[in-house]
Design a binder for this molecule. Structure first.
Ligand code: PMP
Length: 361
């Protein structure tokens, strides 16, 4: 096998080797079909079955209640920034947005183009070191929905529990922590996530939407952007991103084989802990996020100087620990360790950090 490095990229990110091998085996021809999934009509029995079993498997894995519809859409999570308000914010209605990081802000900016939006809370002035506390939320009881970002990819912060939004539909961008732990879908009106971090490859976003939100979607939306149209067409109003959905299906099966989401959460906890312990072990490394807001999937930290941070990234890269440079808006180091990231990669990073501190500290 080609030697594989540890890739700490924030996404697209590492996939399970088993998934890559299966996709590779199927690439010239699916067993008994004689052609690859890349070449098949999206109306073929095989592709329809791939999409149906991806949906069934997600329902089982995450316990998706039967009153939720599931969509596999193009345009990434970013298109959902627009589709959510287009579909769910009525003319003259209002929505609440919680700003806890860069993508939350982008979601807000798209919604502001379409209607009246209240910023229910923002932690920007604190440098996004945490998500807002419940008591900081200024919620509008008349809001059509409240939008949150469950995990802030760039800052490495995560909501530990859902905020209480007084029965208003809660909408979540869960792109960077979806299925990294159990999720109570019934607390949300709609959840969306680009697949390329925890669920597979770029090209598809998973959307779960509660039935009762569908009747008030306005008529006359552009068809591709209308949840009702996409639901009726089973995500195939046009040619869907078949290969991305196929890989998503393989990843979901792999998550099931890990023992389901409870076990995946334990694995992710055990994987992240040594890294946070290494950050907390002295003065050299300094975590960006406040303790109770730390993300299990994106671990962000600083070194004593920017020069040392640059040096760290270069030396780590040479040691096969790739893509550790933090996002330009935070600086420092970011280790993204999504579901498929192997624990051995974190152990290597921790050893590297100890050695780096010994030689540069
Ligand atoms: N939301 C979050 C939390 C993200 O991390 C990202 C991508 N890094 C996006 C949205 C945008 O996703 P996409 O590229 O799929 O549009």
């Amino acid at each position: 096998m080609t030697e594989r490095v540890y890739n700490f990229s924030a996404g697209p990110a590492m996939l399970p080797v088993e998934v890559l091998e299966e996709a590779q085996r199927d690439l010239l021809g699916m067993p008994g079909i004689g052609m690859s999934v890349l070449e098949m009509s999206h109306r073929s029995k095989t592709v329809v079955a791939i999409m149906e079993s991806a949906e069934d498997d997600i329902r089982k894995l995450a316990g998706v209640p039967s009153n939720y519809r599931m969509l596999f859409l193009s345009g990434g999570a970013s298109l959902q920034f627009s589709m959510v308000p287009m579909n769910l914010l009525p003319a003259n209605g209002r929505a609440d947005y919680v700003v806890s990081g860069s993508f939350a802000k982008l979601a807000l900016q798209e919604a502001q183009k379409l209607g009246q939006i209240n910023v229910a809370a923002s932690t920007e002035s604190q440098g996004f070191v945490r998500v807002p506390y419940q008591e900081e939320l200024t919620l509008d009881p008349e809001a059509a929905y409240v939008h949150i970002t469950t995990n802030n990819t760039i800052y490495g912060t995560e909501w530990q529990t859902e905020p209480d939004v007084n029965g208003v539909p809660l909408i979540a961008d869960a792109s960077s922590n979806i299925f990294s732990k159990p999720i109570d879908i019934s607390k949300y009106g709609l959840i969306y996530a680009g697949a390329q971090k925890n669920l597979g490859v770029a090209g598809v976003a998973l959307v779960l939407i509660r039935d009762d939100l569908l009747p008030s979607i306005p008529d006359g939306l552009p068809a591709m952007l209308d949840y009702n149209v996409q639901i009726k067409a089973k995500s195939a109003h046009n040619t869907p991103p078949v290969f991305s959905i196929y890989v998503l299906g393989l990843v979901v099966k792999w998550l099931q084989q890990q023992g389901g989401l409870e076990q995946v959460a334990r694995n992710n906890q055990e994987k992240a802990q040594p890294l946070y312990d290494a950050i907390d072990s002295g003065e050299f490394y300094r975590g960006h996020a406040l303790l109770d807001h730390r993300s299990l999937t994106n671990v962000t930290f600083r070194l004593p100087s920017e020069e040392l941070e640059q040096q760290f990234v270069v030396e780590a890269d040479a040691a096969g620990l790739m893509d550790l440079k933090g996002h330009r808006s935070v600086g420092g180091i970011r280790a993204s360790i999504y579901n498929a990231f192997p624990p051995a990669g974190v152990e290597s990073l921790v050893s590297f950090m100890k050695e780096f501190e010994r030689t540069h500290g």
